[in-house]
Design a protein around this ligand. Structure first.
Ligand SMILES: Cc1cc2nc3c(=O)[nH]c(=O)nc-3n(C[C@H](O)[C@H](O)[C@H](O)COP(=O)(O)OP(=O)(O)OC[C@H]3O[C@@H](n4cnc5c(N)ncnc54)[C@H](O)[C@@H]3O)c2cc1C
Length: 400
């Protein structure tokens, strides 16, 4: 059994490191106000919309990342990606989270509404209209599944898409859609046939967000994750052509679950990276901080919780890597992926809590890295399936 990191992952990480240092670091220095304790005050206007300068900056980073081959790296080569495998992608997600937060986290990977394998179902016209600009970093998208009344149970979604001649007419409301206010097009999941609860009969439609009948509704004000800009998308008599349907009619639920399944591993790996970062920060702080004439790290009340989190980091790292390895080998990994996401999200939250305790009041301040990670870590127990939904999946697999 070989536990060493695959060479392709090590190579990609060092390429990324160089890219961040040469392309992103100068932008971070120039636009320092978008980082640090006052970042949110500069990023958002009074209505919690991201300001144009910040959106332009994200676009610049996105295009640089696309040109350098990082933006759509998990997509196959035939559509301009690099065909990076699941394990390598997850290791890169861990690597990116295991460093001080910076602008690279917004655009190189993930939260920017970038390319997703769902769009491999695009026909030729859709590829040209949606996938190509997305791969080039010229456009962004959003994944519109959740609704105000249905999150964990998307098979009960109430948004409908009905055929009227050669058009689809979409009506309904989506909620918590990341990047919704800025996306050029949305992947919208709507019922095209069947009854509430049926997993067949849900379809995915690609909708330009400037289509008549689509509006951004309330912009949610999340506790953490502010930069992913989750918001409502409201559809009222929104008419799109027949060619808006992505892939086969009635298969949208399966497409959505595939998307969520692959995103889960990225979340898990990112949580492991962030937890590792928090442990290292806390150890360094505890070595430097003295109370009662001795460094904090000499107190077992402080150091033992760090040892426990460090142990959990290592075992959760092995778990997500095992799950990714199974995916890459074509094995059914639903159970392991759910376990990795569940374990990692809880791990990061605990790591942030321990790190905050070790830092004392300093940890509670927006000055340092712990406070923001503490808030964002909590959200990871909700996104891409809540803790309870991961447990539900694990039990389903145990019963099969
Ligand atoms: C930062 C952020 C970004 C997001 N981005 C997106 C996005 O881009 N696109 C998108 O479509 N959605 C997105 N979401 C929505 C997210 O997927 C949902 O919040 C999540 O699925 C939970 O749904 P809900 O909030 O409606 O909770 P509910 O489904 O109402 O659940 C409430 C609670 O009850 C529990 N629960 C529900 N059913 C059961 C059961 N049968 N047994 C036991 N417990 C149960 C849940 O686990 C949860 O703890 C995002 C959410 C957040 C916080």
């Amino acid at each position: 059994m070989d536990f060493s990191e695959p060479e392709r992952a090590t190579r990609l990480k060092s390429e990324l490191e160089e890219f961040i240092e040469t392309e992103i670091r100068p932008l971070e220095e120039e636009h320092g106000r978008f980082l640090g304790p006052d970042a949110e005050r500069h990023i958002f206007d009074d209505e919690f919309r991201q300001v144009p300068e910040y959106l332009d900056l994200k676009e610049t980073i996105r295009k640089k990342a696309a040109e350098a081959g990082f933006w759509g790296m998990t997509m196959p080569e035939e559509v301009g990606g690099r065909g990076v495998d699941t394990l390598t992608d997850a290791i890169v997600a861990e690597f990116l989270a295991n460093r001080p937060a910076g602008l690279h986290t917004y655009a190189v990977r993930g939260a920017g509404g970038g390319p997703t394998p769902i769009l491999l179902a695009c026909d030729e016209g859709q590829r040209e209209r949606y996938l190509e600009p997305l791969m080039a970093g010229e456009a962004t998208t959003c994944f519109a599944l959740t609704e105000p009344e249905h999150g964990s149970d998307p098979n009960f979604l109430e948004t409908t898409a009905e055929k009227d001649g050669d058009e689809w007419v979409i009506d309904g409301k989506k909620a918590w859609v990341s990047n919704a206010p800025y996306a050029d097009f949305a992947m919208v999941f709507a019922r095209t046939s069947g009854d509430p609860g049926e997993i067949r009969g849900i379809s995915c439609l690609l909708v330009d967000t400037d289509t008549e009948g689509v509006e951004v509704g309330e912009i949610h004000r999340p506790m953490g994750h502010a930069w992913v800009a989750p918001a409502e998308l409201v559809f009222e008599d929104c008419r799109v052509g027949e060619d808006a349907l992505l892939g086969e009619e009635g298969k949208g639920f399966f497409q959505a679950m595939d998307w969520i399944g692959s995103a889960r591993l990225g979340v898990a790996a990112g949580c492991v990276g962030s937890a590792d970062f928090l442990v290292r920060e806390a150890v360094e702080y505890a070595e430097g901080r003295e109370t009662f004439g001795q460094p904090l790290i000499e107190r077992q009340g402080i150091s033992f919780p760090l040892a426990e989190v460090a142990m959990d980091v290592e075992r959760t790292r092995q778990l997500y890597r095992y799950a990714a390895w199974k995916v890459d080998n074509g094995e059914d990994a639903r159970k392991e992926v759910a376990m990795a996401k569940l374990a990692a999200a809880n791990l990061e939250q605990r790591a942030a809590d321990v790190a905050m305790q070790v830092h004392g009041g300093e940890g509670y301040s927006r000055r340092g890295p712990v406070e923001e990670r503490f808030r964002t870590a909590r959200g990871k127990r909700l996104t891409e399936g809540t803790d309870e939904m991961q447990k539900r999946t694990i039990v389903q697999e145990l019963r099969e």
